[in-house]
Design a protein around this ligand. Structure first.
Ligand SMILES: [Zn+2]
Length: 352
């Protein structure tokens, strides 16, 4: 029989992470640009924090630069960004901002077939280094195919200025790889889904590193941003090896998306992943107490009520999350999780 396996992996070419490194951006542009001019996609606040600085560095280097300031990663904003970008016809795009601006840039770059550079200003989730974009369309949260950045420039002196809550949430997003990998291995046993051991091992490693070093993830300490960002990048590499978000997104992410779709509560993505990974680790029969104590260390609550969510919201999300991505088999199964199992998983997050 002929050998028929094949795989396509996309990696960033330059990953620059560390203190005060934004000045590297102008020299990256001629390496990757496919035409004339740069388009920066940023937000009003992030333009003030970093976007303006990047813009003036590029202009100083005599690189034609235009800026679009946009808002949340919604479908409406995506359409507007893409319309404007089509008019500008940039040779390369640079996303400067937190998760939403990077999501809008990577999806626009994918749709317009233009390379893009990721310049995160907040380490709040692993999307800064992944080829998937989360876009809200009405009440739906879509995980869309997007472009892997050709380069990532993560300046720790910028990242540490974001509120601690975002840093902790970014760490939680990576730590939640532990249940994502358990789900992947479960899907292998139950469904015969292929698992990439290298991707799974790297995703687990990133999570374990942050669990072991949780005491070093501190507010206002630049090395904390360094620690978390490094593992966010490792998580991104795991996804690149797998050519899928599988190693970093399992039942805990389905739960997170289920809550995000309702628009209820005040939790940000990584916080929902924390709550989700403790609950689904319990369902896996694993060491959920260890996870809970790590989240306590980095000041992340896993109590639904602290985010304005009711028990019913959580139980409903746990029960129905499997239907969001039916092809992604997880511990949540293929039909609604029983009310009593969801209730028990919720209870354990409340007694901590
Ligand atoms: Zn995530």
């Amino acid at each position: 029989m002929e050998f028929e396996k094949f795989k396509v992996m996309q990696f960033p070419r330059d990953v620059i992470v560390g203190h005060s490194i934004l000045h590297n951006i102008p020299s990256l542009v001629p390496l990757y640009s496919r035409g004339k001019g740069v388009l920066i996609i940023t937000g009003n606040i992030t333009y003030g924090v970093t976007g303006r600085e990047v813009e003036s560095m590029l202009k100083d280097a005599r690189i034609e630069t235009q800026v679009i300031k946009t808002g949340d990663a919604t479908y409406e904003n995506l359409v507007k960004c893409e319309e404007e970008a089509r008019g500008i016809k940039p040779g390369i795009m640079i996303g400067v901002g937190g998760g939403s601006k990077i999501d809008l840039t990577k999806k626009s770059a994918f749709d317009l077939d233009v390379p893009f550079i990721s310049v995160p200003t907040s380490p709040s989730h692993d999307g800064i280094a992944s080829p998937r974009a989360t876009i809200k369309k009405g009440s739906l949260v879509l995980s869309e195919n997007a472009r892997m950045p050709v380069a990532i420039v993560a300046d720790t002196s910028v990242l540490i200025k974001a509120p601690y809550r975002y840093l902790a949430a970014g760490a939680a997003d990576v730590i939640s790889n532990v249940t994502a990998v358990l789900d992947w291995k479960l899907a292998n046993r139950i469904k015969g889904e292929e698992v990439s051991s290298s991707a799974a091992t790297l995703a687990e490693y990133a999570a374990t590193e942050l669990m072991e070093k949780a005491h070093m993830i501190l507010p206002g300490v630049e090395e904390s941003a360094w620690l978390v960002t490094k593992q966010i990048l490792a998580s991104g590499t795991a996804m690149a090896i797998a050519s899928s978000s599988r190693p970093a997104s399992g039942s805990e992410h389905l739960f997170s998306h289920a809550i995000e779709m309702t628009g209820k509560g005040t939790a940000i993505h990584g916080e929902l992943c924390a709550l989700g990974t403790v609950a689904t680790m319990f369902l896996h029969g694993g060491d959920w107490k260890k996870l809970a104590s790590v989240f306590k260390q980095i000041n992340i609550s896993i109590r639904a009520a602290d985010y304005g969510l009711t028990s019913e919201d959580v139980i409903h999300a746990l029960s129905t999350a499997h239907s969001i991505r039916p092809e992604r088999y997880t511990i949540l199964g293929e039909s609604d999780l029983s009310h009593s199992a969801a209730e028990r998983a919720l209870e354990i997050t409340e007694i901590i």
